[in-house]
Design a protein around this ligand. Sequence first.
Ligand SMILES: C[S@@+](CC[C@H](N)C(=O)[O-])C[C@H]1O[C@@H](n2cnc3c(N)ncnc32)[C@H](O)[C@@H]1O
Length: 218
Amino acid sequence: MKSTDKSERVQYINDNLVSQSKLMKEIAEKLDKDEKAIQVAPNEGQILSTLVQLAKPKFLVEIGTLYGYSACWLLRAMGSDSELHTVEHNKDNYKNSEHFLKQHNEAHKVTCYNSSGLDFLNSWPKDKPIDFLFLDADKGGYLNYLNLALPHLSSGAVVVADNSFLFGHVLSDQPPENYSKNTWMKMRELNKTLSGSTGQFFGMMIPTHQGMTVGVKV
Ligand SMILES: C[S@@+](CC[C@H](N)C(=O)[O-])C[C@H]1O[C@@H](n2cnc3c(N)ncnc32)[C@H](O)[C@@H]1O
């Protein structure tokens, strides 16, 4: 989610180390105009690109396209024969993502789906591995998405979960009073799982403003 972190450190990164493409800027402007600016922040986008550059995935899946802003960061580092499959359940967001991603100079690498993340993963083909999974949709769904994707994840697959501080709620050892207990519980479990508690992943949380947990499938 777009960071509201205006600290000098993040400012330094965004001013000096991150460069958005013209298309990224256009998408961000449209999201601002539509009052839907909940995309990843530029510094988080650059983390996504860096992870893709490291992992060199062939098949990438994103749950939660919005208008395609984070998809542009994934595309930036994807290899020539790689494919991004990104799913969005909101029809209007999906239409905007199609509109913008069609303009990308690597548009042939991305397919947008208008579906729920659950339906999408339930129909993911058995013979196609998932090498990179980016979770950025409904926070209570992340653990379900991970469990559905698990049989498809290749060895060394990278899973990234954005907003994994759950707006600060995961910090509490007790269920928050004014937030979904179920979502709090599931996000805490997801963070532990991706950090290695079950032995299925090796990973850690990157303490971005909203939290970004990264796990590598063992
Ligand atoms: C934080 S935004 C995604 C931002 C995007 N990844 C980016 O950084 O540019 C979350 C998106 O997930 C979508 N979403 C929420 N629940 C969903 C679900 N169950 N299935 C698919 N998409 C969902 C929302 O409509 C919204 O567009």
